[in-house]
Write a protein that binds this ligand. Sequence first.
Ligand SMILES: Nc1ncnc2c1ncn2[C@@H]1O[C@H](COP(=O)(O)OP(=O)(O)OP(=O)(O)O)[C@@H](O)[C@H]1O
Ligand SMILES: [Mg+2]
Length: 400
Amino acid sequence: METKFETLFFNRVNQQYKPVKLDNLLAQHLLITGVTGSGKSTTALSIMMGMKAFHQNLIILDPTGEYQSIPNSRRVVLGRDSFLDVNHLNANEIGKMLDITHPQLLSKLPLAIESLQISRNVLKSTAVYKKIDRTRDNHQFNLKRLRIANKDFDLNLIADQLIEEFVIPRNDDKADFTLLGQQYDQDTIQSVWSDLETLRLALRSLKVTELPEDSSDNHIVHYDVGYLINLFVTHRASEQSLIIDLSEYANDIHLSQTLIDILTREVMINRQRFPKKFPVVVFIDEAHRYLPKVIASDNGIFSILREGRKIGVDLMLSTQSPLDLSAKLIGQFGSFICHRLGSPEEVDVLPPALQKSRLELMALPVGEAFLKTANSSDVTLVQITPASVEHNTNNISFDI
Ligand SMILES: Nc1ncnc2c1ncn2[C@@H]1O[C@H](COP(=O)(O)OP(=O)(O)OP(=O)(O)O)[C@@H](O)[C@H]1O
Ligand SMILES: [Mg+2]
């Protein structure tokens, strides 16, 4: 069966439906753009509902809880009925999640995590791992045992453990270099102190990683989102889509950014580890909010854009303005659905084929867009057929 959208895009010029192959629309990533209210989410929803008819695997990262009524979906709310297992994360991701920026703390973070892993799994302790007066030999022995032990650890102790990492030898003739350290490096600890306090605050308010308080309530099933992602990228999920609702963190832009970064990277890592023939589409709505100003080369969204195609991971992104994305990112998209744009500058960063319709682009009615698919420089003015289900827009209605 050829997977083609038959009645999704109505060609406004020749007044006929334009058949569009799913592959052409998605295989080189799709950018949906347009000012607020121009119809992006409605378009995305129509495409996703169409995709499900083709039994396409779909993961929706929903930063605002907008996609609640999609039928046949496994929807989890991070921080409420699902959690992120920190034991899957590397030090870099944990650093980002906790917004640790001090170079001294960042450089000690991998060691602190390793120490907490030793404490819990080798020493069976619930306390921090003391490095002061510990011999190098003893530490090596513990590290060897850790190799074959579990690697889980108590993230709540990370600030205290970081202090334990700042140990140095004595600076007199009693210095013993066979020990990891004999005294605390007071100067450094003082210089990182306020960052440590901020870190403690971040730990207190972080509820991504823990089960909610009512986790003993066995009516609520708690999911590890890493596990769900793994399931959805390695198994055909013909009936269901996975929606990860991140709305609990909607007010914390930094954390939302980091979570989307981590979750998209999780998609890539799982897929690289278990290559599969069938494609997976990841959709991120309102991406302008969640793209950091400076994109690191290991950013999850960027790595899907750059390397996803090779392993069958396609990205569908919506954003209010193409200016939200760097030229480097825009260059990775093969397909574009451009709803109304607000300024000529926004049109300027689009592929040349779309720039020809500059004036029309800035005057499009709601639900209409210019469509350009991969492998073609044709641009078509289309009206998008809304799906029968609705997404919740943020408009609040009042009962008067
Ligand atoms: N193709 C369409 N046909 C008919 N109505 C539409 C269409 N697209 C959007 N609308 C209507 O326009 C309104 C705004 O649409 P939508 O929420 O999709 O915009 P948006 O671009 O996602 O906005 P925002 O940036 O604020 O999220 C909705 O009430 C929706 O019903
Ligand atoms: Mg929207």
